[in-house]
Design a protein. Sequence first.
Length: 367
Amino acid sequence: DRPDLEPPEKADGVSRRFVLTAGGVIAAAAVVGTIGRRMLADTANTLADRARLVLPVPAKPAPPIPPGTDLDVDGVTRFVTGNADFYRIDTALQVPRLTTADWSLRIHGMVDKEVRLSWADLLAMPMTERLVTLTCVSNEVGGDLIGNAKWLGVPMKEVLELAGVRPGADMLLSTSSDGWTCGTPVSAVTDGRDALLAIGMNGEPLPIEHGYPIRQVIPGLYGYVSATKWVVDWEITKFSEAKAYWSTRGWSELGPIKLSSRIDRPANSTEHAPGEVVIAGTAWAQHTGIERVEVRIDDGPWQPAELATEYSVDTWRQWKFAWQATSGEHDVQCRAIDKKGNAQIEDNASPAPDGSTGLDGRTYTIT
Ligand SMILES: Nc1nc2c(c(=O)[nH]1)N[C@H]1C(S)=C(S)[C@@H](COP(=O)(O)O)O[C@H]1N2
Ligand SMILES: [Mo]
């Protein structure tokens, strides 16, 4: 028997209704007197701080995006997600309003030396820029809780090395300024993947709702075990001793992102003329990479789709399939195969406790 699993998107639904914009904060603040005036001042401070922040030039810039990562097909997801379109998930009823001057990161627990990193300390470190596709464990098959952005930050590994991890520690327990916690395997931070303590998103300081001034981004792990926004504290500990926010609510302690794919166009239950109908979508297998996407019409054989140019194994990959459609009603499904040769799991599973599985499908009428 599992505990009652409250999905991360439910908490987000609440937060969306409260505050999404500075305007919302101001409207809410206006009705609650002193607290309201404080909130208003905090919001103004944070917005001014963000407006003043000049992002450093990366020592390691992201490799340029080659032509062909975007497909020239209407309705298919763009390779880079704009900040305004990026999905948002958190438990924050009020988005934390930090400034770079308030911020510091305390690193403690099973370390050789306790460290407190200030904003100036952080900016003195060389920055790395990388494109990484984030995904939420609550994403249903075919869902849109996924986005790809260019992140700028300091490698988490280098920050961890300032403190030194003692033998036996296997968990980085990160905490946000509003007390949310996240448990990440230390190995995912130190194994060479581009785990970043990020301050920039698509060339801008992080938007407030995406973690201003700083958040984690770790390729290959669902956000609830990797992507702490407004992060202020790292405790180095053990999975046998500590539990993070969603793990105490029945979600899995480890959250590697599951191989998946999605149909973006045409929309479900639409009618089309016989002849060529272009089916297109996206597929992801973060930190492993997409080898192949296949499409199946009704009970027919799996047929290869055409893949967009690969950017890296940490980013999603768009695909299209030119279907010669014949009259009648048809079911279309897609599946991805990763670079280790694994095919997407076909059995349907809901997101709890460690991510959905199953194939995305659409039904079209050809007349
Ligand atoms: N402080 C804080 N960070 C958080 C969360 C949260 O609730 N609080 N949610 C996590 C989850 S579940 C996901 S999927 C990602 C989403 O990041 P985004 O909102 O920038 O897309 O943030 C993660 N970081
Ligand atoms: Mo999530």
